[in-house]
Design a protein around this ligand. Structure first.
Ligand code: UD1
Length: 418
């Protein structure tokens, strides 16, 4: 078991370069399956989920290395359309391979995916999307298979703007015959990054980043070199850490426009944020102010992936704040752990009512999922004394050695392997 030990209570300071985005890198690696040849993909973070994706690609017949943030991938020999069950169970993002493998090989089989325990995570929109291209679906004994001679372009309306379903459908459509239109598409920046990657490969995609994406299928895609966008959730985590623990930091390799909702919330709570090109300067010298009501929602709304970290920040604010979670149910598993550190939070009907306290006490707490884990690390940095965060393998799914990132910002945090 690995844990973080944090000696908290010091303000943060220094400069940190933000890692590449996990949620952009994962679908991009899956999309590479659709062309034959060698790719160089830069700024791919060193994370457990990326490792699993590369293991899956290798099991399908690809060759892959990952050194200093660069993934080299040779997809020439991919010939297997069955994602291995043990790897599928380790990561929900393996579902991204359905569209690309179906488009390249005409068949794909997966078992139902795994992932973080943050509520029911359905895949019905992925399945109905791929079926709409004319592919034949079969489900038996926990396996889902699709088969097709040729995917055919179609109009697809998503009843919810699911990020993963939009990506899966966009990838399949890139090699389908004819034109596909996705209505009520997700608008997250990672969708635009995937579209840019596919367009660099020769795809014809317009409208990514809006709620209507139009894809004209092409016969062939080619391998490319590409750099992944910066991780807006990691940048947001550091902004909220400064808000909670105080300090003055500079973040480089950021795209501030991807963080508009968070910047607005943090500023209204008293955090000073200045942006210049890809640099963000963040300063906080006093306890934050509370905020009436924040509702998580699809982009450009406040991201559910920053909800837990925001809760740590607001738990130290002057006054009472309310956060309503609308994207995932059961995404309040950090509340009990924050309460062990002295936070005063009451949850009812998908909303958390947070009465700010002036300080946290240190404690031993457990990360229940990726972002809940990050929220506890922020709490430990803000608290006086020694906080231990257990089950940090969840944190390693999304943060490239979070302890080093915070050490660079002056925090005292060490990883212990038992
Ligand atoms: C992606 C992100 C994740 C983020 C989430 C929401 C990646 C790898 N992960 O996850 O970090 O928290 O977006 O911003 O990019 N839903 C259905 N049917 C489906 C698919 C989704 O009902 O077929 C529901 C889910 O249960 C959930 C909501 O839609 O309640 C959002 O899911 P979705 O946008 O698909 O998130 P992911 O792509 O899984």
């Amino acid at each position: 078991m690995e844990t973080f030990t944090i000696e908290g209570g010091k303000p943060l300071s220094g400069t940190l370069r933000i890692q590449g985005a996990k949620n952009a890198a994962l679908p991009i690696l899956a999309a590479a399956v659709m062309a034959e040849g060698q790719f160089h993909i830069y700024d791919v973070p060193h994370l457990k989920d990326i490792e699993v994706m590369l293991q899956i690609l290798t099991a399908l017949g690809a060759k892959a290395t990952h050194t200093d943030g660069c993934v080299w991938l040779d997809t020439t020999s991919i010939s297997i359309g069955h994602v291995p069950d043990d790897l599928m169970g380790q990561m929900r993002s393996s579902i991204f391979l359905m569209g690309p493998l179906l488009a390249r090989l005409g068949e794909v089989t997966i078992s139902r995916p795994g992932g973080c325990l943050i509520g029911e995570r359905r895949i019905d929109l992925h399945l109905s999307g791929l079926t709409a291209f004319g592919a034949k679906m079969e489900e038996a004994d926990g396996y889902i298979s699709f088969r097709t001679k040729q995917l055919k372009g179609t109009n697809i309306f998503l009843s919810f703007p699911s990020v993963g379903a939009t990506e899966n459908i966009m990838m399949a459509a890139a090699l389908a015959k004819g034109t596909t239109r996705i209505c009520n598409a997700a608008r997250e920046p990672e969708i635009s990054d995937l579209a840019n990657f596919l367009n660099a490969m020769g795809a014809k995609i317009r409208g990514a980043g809006t709620d209507t994406i139009e894809i004209t299928g092409v016969q062939r895609l080619r391998p490319v070199s590409y750099r992944v966008i910066p991780d807006r959730i990691v940048a947001g985590t550091h902004i909220l850490a400064v808000g909670a623990a105080q300090g003055h930091i500079e973040l480089t390799n950021t795209i501030p426009e991807h963080l508009t909702a968070l910047i607005e919330v943090a500023r209204s709570c008293g955090v000073e944020i200045k942006t210049y090109h890809d640099i963000m300067e963040v300063k906080s010298t006093s306890r934050p102010r509370a905020i009436d009501r924040i509702i998580t929602s699809p982009f450009p709304g406040f991201p559910t992936d920053l909800q837990a970290q925001l809760m740590t920040f607001l738990a130290l604010a002057r006054g009472t704040s309310v956060i309503k979670e609308t994207v995932f149910e059961a995404r309040f598993r950090h509340v009990n752990e924050l309460a062990r550190m002295g936070a005063s939070i009451y949850v009812d009907l998908g909303s958390a009512f947070i009465r700010g306290v002036s300080r946290f006490n240190s404690a031993t707490v457990e990360a229940s999922d990726l972002r809940a884990g990050a929220a506890l690390v922020i709490a430990g940095i803000a608290a006086e004394g020694t906080t231990v965060v257990e089950q940090i393998h969840h944190i390693d799914r999304g943060y490239d050695r979070l302890e080093r990132q915070f050490e660079q910002l002056g925090a005292t945090i060490t990883r212990t392997i038992q």
